[in-house]
Design a protein around this ligand. Structure first.
Ligand code: PMP
Length: 425
C-alpha cells in the first residue's frame, strides 16, 4: 500500500488503526536504547582474552621495550606494524596514540587552530575557519568544529562519497576552508565506500588554502560483514602523486575491534606532518599507555589476527543488521514513505523519512521507550535541512530487543508520515 497515493479518507483510517496499535506498545513499558553505535556485550566478550593475556611478568614488548615505563612517544613497533597494514601506511608515517582516535582528531584540529599547520599561520589568526562536512555525517566530527567555532559547510553525500563537484568548487575558491571530514569506508551513517573516482578527485584538489587538511577518519576500515575488506585507493599515496602529500591525515582505532574505551588509536600522515605532531606530543605527554598496546599485540598477534577477529565480529553483527533490514523491507518497502541503505559493513543503517518527519518519528519512538539517535544529529549544528535522516544503530541491543524496537520504529515512521499526509502534523 503506497501511502503517498492514498485518498485522504484511507490515510485517516489507516492512521487511526496504526495509532491504536501504537498505544498497545505504549503500555508495554519498553526500554530500548539504539541511540549510539556502541558494541554489544557479545562483541566485547570476543576480546575478553585481552584482560588476562598479560600474565604476571609479561611487560616486555617483543622488541624488548619495557612497557611499564615512560617513553616510546609514538607507540611500540609491533603495534605500529599492525596499524601499518590496517592504515596502508609506512611505519614512520604512523603515530600510535591513546585509546581514542576522536581525541587525536581533536588534538590535530586544536594544534592547527593555535599554531597552524607545519609552516603556516595559526588557522584561528587568519579569520573564521571553515570545514566542509559531507552530510549525513558523524555527529562528533561536527561537535569538534562547534567547540572551536569552526563554521561548518554541509556538502551532500552521493552513493560514491561526497559530491565532488561541490567540494572542488568550494575548496578552490575559499582560502578560509581549512579542512574536510571524510569517513571513506562504511561512512557514518550512510555505510558508503568512497569510489576510486571520488578518492582521485579528492587527492587532486587544489585548495585555495595552502594549509588545507583532509581529516580521513578510517574508523571502519576492517568492519566488513562478508570477510573481504573494501579495497579503496590509498589516500596517502594518491596525494603524493598529486603533490598534496601533506594534505591527508588518516585516523583509525581499535575501539570497535577490541573494547570501546580501551582500544588503541593511531594517525598516519606524511613524515613531515608526523614530525610536526611529534613536537606537540613531546610537550603534551611523556608517552602513551604501552601496556595496553602490548595487550593488543599479544591478543591479536598481527594484522591477520585482527582480520580473523573481525570475521567473528561480523557473525555477531550481521544478524542484527539483517533484523533491522528485514523489518524495514517488510513494513516499509511498499509505503513509498521511506528510503534506506543496506550497507556491507560498518555500524549504521541510514534511514530517510519523507521530508519533515524525522523529528516526529524519533519523538514517537522515544515516547514508546525506544531511544534513537536524535533526528538532525547527522548534520552540522544538529539541523537536518529536510528533517528526514535518522541513524539506526543496530549493534547494542540483542536481536530480540531489536525486533521489538524495529516494530515500534516502523510504526512510528508510518504514523509520522500519515500525520503529514493527512495534514494533522
Ligand atoms: N570516527 C567515527 C566515524 C566513528 O563512528 C567513531 C565511533 N562512533 C569514532 C571515530 C570514535 O572513535 P574512537 O573511539 O577511536 O575515538
Amino acid at each position: 500500500m503506497n501511502y503517498t497515493k492514498m485518498s485522504k479518507n484511507d490515510a485517516t483510517d489507516t492512521l487511526s488503526k496504526l495509532t491504536k496499535k501504537y498505544d498497545g506498545y505504549l503500555e508495554m513499558g519498553l526500554k530500548l536504547d539504539m541511540s549510539r553505535g556502541k558494541p554489544g556485550d557479545e562483541q566485547l566478550e570476543l576480546a575478553n582474552g585481552m584482560l588476562t593475556v598479560l600474565e604476571n611478568g609479561d611487560y616486555l614488548s617483543p622488541g624488548g621495550v619495557d612497557c611499564r615505563n615512560y617513553g616510546g612517544l609514538e607507540g611500540i613497533p609491533e603495534m605500529k606494524e599492525i596499524f601499518s597494514e590496517m592504515m596502508d601506511a609506512a611505519s614512520d608515517e604512523i603515530i600510535v596514540g591513546g585509546n581514542s582516535s576522536l581525541a587525536m582528531m581533536f588534538d590535530n584540529v586544536s594544534v592547527y587552530m593555535s599554531h597552524g599547520v607545519k609552516d603556516s599561520e595559526p588557522w584561528a589568526k587568519q579569520g573564521t575557519v571553515k570545514f566542509l562536512c559531507p552530510s549525513p555525517g558523524y555527529d562528533r566530527h561536527f561537535t569538534v568544529c562547534e567547540y572551536f567555532n569552526i563554521e561548518m559547510i554541509t556538502v551532500p553525500m552521493t552513493g560514491n562519497g561526497p559530491d565532488m563537484d561541490v567540494v572542488e568548487m568550494l575548496v578552490s575558491s575559499d582560502p578560509m576552508i581549512k579542512g574536510m571530514w571524510c569517513v571513506p569506508v562504511f561512512s557514518n551513517p550512510d555505510g558508503i565506500v568512497y569510489s576510486d573516482e571520488t578518492i582521485l578527485r579528492i587527492a587532486a584538489l587544489k585548495p585555495a588554502a595552502k594549509d588545507f587538511r583532509l581529516f580521513w577518519d578510517n574508523a571502519y576500515c576492517v568492519h566488513q560483514f562478508n570477510g573481504t575488506r573494501p579495497a579503496i585507493l590509498n589516500i596517502l599515496r594518491e596525494c603524493e602523486k598529486t603533490k598534496n602529500s601533506d594534505m591527508p591525515i588518516v585516523f583509525s582505532s581499535f575501539s570497535k575491534i577490541s573494547m570501546a574505551g580501551a582500544g588503541v588509536a593511531a594517525m598516519a600522515s606524511s613524515v613531515d606532518n608526523c614530525n610536526y605532531i611529534r613536537k606537540r606530543l613531546f610537550t603534551q605527554t611523556i608517552g602513551p599507555d604501552k601496556i595496553n598496546q602490548l595487550r593488543h599485540v599479544r591478543f591479536f598477534k598481527n594484522y591477520k589476527g585482527v582480520m580473523t577477529h573481525m570475521n567473528k565480529m561480523a557473525d555477531i553483527v550481521r544478524p542484527k543488521f539483517e533484523t533491522v533490514l528485514c523489518n524495514l523491507d517488510k513494513e516499509l518497502t511498499e509505503t513509498g514513505i521511506a528510503q534506506w541503505n543496506a550497507p556491507d559493513g560498518g555500524y549504521f543503517v541510514s534511514f530517510n523519512t519523507i521530508d519533515g518527519c524525522a523529528k516526529r518519528t524519533v519523538a514517537l519512538c522515544k515516547k514508546a521507550g525506544v531511544v534513537m539517535t536524535g533526528a538532525g544529529a547527522t548534520f552540522p549544528y544538529g539541523k537536518d535541512p529536510r528533517d528526514k535522516n535518522i541513524r539506526i544503530a543496530p549493534t547494542y541491543p540483542s536481536v530480540d530487543e531489536l525486533q521489538k524496537a524495529m516494530e515500534v520504529f516502523c510504526l512510528a515512521v508510518k504514523i509520522a508520515a500519515l500525520e503529514k499526509i493527512c495534514g494533522s502534523a
